[in-house]
Design a protein around this ligand. Structure first.
Ligand code: NDP
Ligand code: OXD
Length: 308
């Protein structure tokens, strides 16, 4: 019997309890704030209540139900605990579809066409070949890596920026702070697929926007805390940025009175770019619990020192 606690300060994860028990009938699963959660050996989390792990003396494994782990490790005493995340080909395919939609929205000038429609104006935006639209991917991991492989096939000129250097067929790769400006200078549509770490927090701000060619666009699918919202609004207002598709926000749900809802050039989507099915999530969590019991290597364990 392994005790498992479902932990979230923002979502009710109780629906995962019967799914986990069906996947492994030897699991004893409860949902925070059930006080039994404090005795659990495994924490399965989305936006875990800060400070909670410190009150869980039996904890042996922290598992995110998502690809990102920022909201699972923030404000916690990890004391060397292993932290795992979800990695899934369909989740990556979902992100590819969302980013492709955003790329087409800007490349094929659907933003201009929709603006014309609103004022009943028949105006055909000038169209250009895909090769003239330079896509810059921030992050070349599970998600950015797939997009880097697929967009060039559609004719786009693609580059990527990662922490460490590498060669990726069909794209130009930049890495590290030293090559950041060179990466931005040749990017028309900037796509953020970075994890949230202390190095990447606030990266989508004035310094980044000013280094892009004038009139560039942003597709942001990372985390809300990457974006300095006021500096985005200023860059849109000045015309430095042409538009932004934003899927993630510092405060989710985005408050009713938030200026981004109605900012010219901004498309707001409700953190929907991609997600793994709950069957996949439950399968991966149950598999890692079995690995833990067997003393075997965990799947998709993150480097907690690096933050992703
Ligand atoms: P990975 O961990 O597989 O990849 C992260 C990438 O970011 C790596 O290429 C890494 O570089 C790069 N990176 C990290 N830190 C830096 C830095 N300081 N400078 C430059 N590059 C850096 O993550 P995934 O691709 O699986 O996911 C990325 C993020 O996408 C998640 O953390 C989450 O925030 C977000 N996400 C959003 C979803 C949505 O629906 N909006 C859904 C799923 C995920 P290197 O390769 O050199 O290590
Ligand atoms: C994730 C997410 O990290 O949904 O998987 O944002």
């Amino acid at each position: 019997m392994t005790s498992v606690a479902l932990l979230s300060r923002t979502a009710n994860l109780d629906f995962l309890r019967p799914m986990l028990q069906a996947a492994d009938p030897t699991l004893d699963v409860c949902t925070w704030p059930d006080p039994r959660a404090l005795q659990a050996e495994v924490a399965v989390c989305w936006q875990a209540p800060p400070g909670l792990y410190a009150q869980m003396p039996n904890l042996k494994l922290v598992h995110s139900i998502a690809a990102g782990v920022d909201n699972v490790v923030a404000g916690q005493d990890l004391r060397g605990l292993p932290v795992c995340r979800v990695v899934d080909p369909m989740l990556a395919e979902g992100m590819l579809q969302f980013v492709l939609w955003g790329v087409l929205y800007f490349h094929r000038k659907l933003d201009a066409a929709l603006a014309s429609q609103r004022i009943r104006e028949w105006k055909r935006p000038l169209q250009t070949p895909a090769s003239t639209c330079r896509i810059g991917l921030m992050g070349l991991g599970e998600l950015g890596g797939l997009i880097a492989a697929r967009l060039p096939v559609l004719g786009y000129t693609v580059s990527g920026w990662a922490r460490t250097p590498r060669k990726v067929p069909g794209i130009t790769v930049f890495s590290g702070e030293e090559q950041y400006d060179a990466f931005l200078a040749q990017t028309d549509v900037l796509v953020c697929l970075l994890p949230l770490t202390e190095q990447t927090r606030g990266i989508l701000g004035r310094r980044t926007f000013d280094a892009l060619p004038r009139g560039a666009a942003l597709i942001h699918c990372g985390r809300g805390e990457h974006l300095v919202e006021g500096e985005l609004l200023a860059a849109l207002e000045s015309g430095q940025l042409r538009g932004a598709v934003l899927d993630v926000f510092e405060q989710e749900p985005l408050p009713q009175d938030h200026p981004l809802w109605s900012a010219p050039g901004v498309v707001v989507t409700p953190h929907m770019a991609t997600m793994a099915t709950y069957d996949v999530v439950v399968g991966q969590v149950a598999r890692n619990i079995a690995q833990l019991r067997a003393g075997a290597a965990l799947f998709n364990q993150v480097d907690t020192a690096r933050g992703y």
